[in-house]
Design a binder for this molecule. Structure first.
Ligand code: SAH
Ligand code: SF4
Length: 344
């Protein structure tokens, strides 16, 4: 029999599962605290639960369904990437980044991705399946347990690993609710960032949620013809609709939007394109992250040179668009999206 993944369940769902097993409801809260506060990885350590219940849990349930196959740490020691195997044998990756006092986990939301952005290693591998909420939550727990041994804790969770989180909205949102729950992991709404390729209905839905989580939109081009090529789903949700949805998000949440822009030599990095970008974003509460593209085996794109990055930024600065060049972290361990998995 397949074991139930406890990390799939919200506190309320855990209460109904536990009472369904003939146990009192308060046992669910105890269990929840063991999983999300004490961060134990097995039932044996749950000292305040009766032995008989612990035995039953071990038979029926699991809190550690992901098997780490390989972990690599960057030369500077600040980025660790792990390849995790799912119960059905599929694999996906998660990354832990330590910088500026933050411990950020980058989680995957799907095995593969169906949206086919040509520069992306995950897109090149095609789509396998959605992850469940528990499979997302467990990625965070994996690193939280490691950090606990060093007296540290996760401070941020970003959905920038494999897959498109808004194409797996239910599981993504359930994972956020579970990790946000005050009875357990208690990670504040502001500590989450969902990165999306620009699925407009998902952004609209996000704008209405009670928890205002961060939104990052992968833009990569400021005109529809080029964006149709770099981000094929732009044909379905072109720029005008995308920007309107971002505006809605800003209005409802009061939060600024981040835009990701991968700079590709000779493709989207001309000063003229920077000005177009400036016009597109002007008046929107936002921040722009410029990331020289990370080369992948399946694509000939090269990162923009330093000079071209500088020239691009000059135009943006002139137009008053807040921007930063994002340090590529963990390049030596291929921490770019989907790159460890594709090597396997
Ligand atoms: N599907 C979502 C989230 C996962 S990708 C999205 O597309 O936003 C996370 C980020 O990595 C996105 O901004 C994506 O555009 C970027 N990315 C993917 N491959 C890249 C590469 N080779 N170089 C630089 N950025 C890349
Ligand atoms: Fe999917 Fe994002 Fe990669 Fe595009 S960049 S293929 S949406 S994971």
């Amino acid at each position: 029999m397949e074991k139930i993944l406890l990390a799939d369940l919200s506190h309320e769902q855990l209460v109904s599962w536990v009472t369904g097993q003939g146990e009192p409801a308060f046992r669910a809260t105890q269990l929840f605290e063991w999983i999300y506060r004490s961060l134990v990885s097995g039932f044996g350590a749950m000292a305040n639960l009766p032995l008989s219940f612990r035995q039953k849990l071990a038979d029926l349930a699991t809190i550690q369904s992901l098997l780490p196959l390989e972990a690599v740490t960057s030369a500077d020691g600040l980025t660790t990437k792990v390849l995790l195997q799912l119960p059905d044998g599929e694999t996906m990756e998660s990354v832990l980044m330590s910088y500026e006092g933050r411990q950020t986990v980058c989680v995957s939301s799907q095995v593969g991705c169906a949206l086919g952005c040509p520069f992306c290693a995950t897109g090149q591998s095609g789509f396998k399946r959605n992850l469940s909420a528990g499979e997302i939550v467990e990625q965070v727990l994996h690193f939280a347990r490691q950090l606990q041994a060093r007296d540290a804790a996760i401070s941020n969770v970003v959905f920038m690993g494999m897959g498109e989180p808004l194409a797996n909205y239910e599981a993504t949102w359930q994972a956020i609710r579970i990790l946000n729950d005050r009875r357990g992991f208690r990670l504040g709404a502001r500590r989450f960032t969902i990165s999306t390729v620009g699925l407009v209905p998902g952004i609209r839905r996000l704008a209405q949620e009670k928890l205002a989580v961060g939104l990052a939109v992968s833009l990569h081009a400021a005109d529809n013809a080029l964006r149709d090529r770099l981000v094929p789903v732009n044909r379905r949700y072109p720029l005008a609709e995308l920007i309107a949805a971002c505006q809605e998000y800003v209005q409802h949440t009061g939060r600024r939007v981040s835009f990701e822009y991968a700079l590709i030599e000779g493709i989207n990095d001309a000063p003229r394109q920077a000005r177009e970008l400036g016009h597109l974003l002007r008046g929107l509460l936002c921040h722009l992250n410029l990331i020289p593209v990370n080369p992948t085996p399946g694509c000939t794109y090269r990162p923009s040179s330093r000079e071209r990055v500088m020239a691009f930024r000059r135009e943006l600065n002139r137009m008053g668009i807040a921007n930063t060049v994002r340090l590529e972290r963990g390049i030596d361990i291929q921490a770019g999206c989907g790159q460890l998995r594709s090597r396997f």
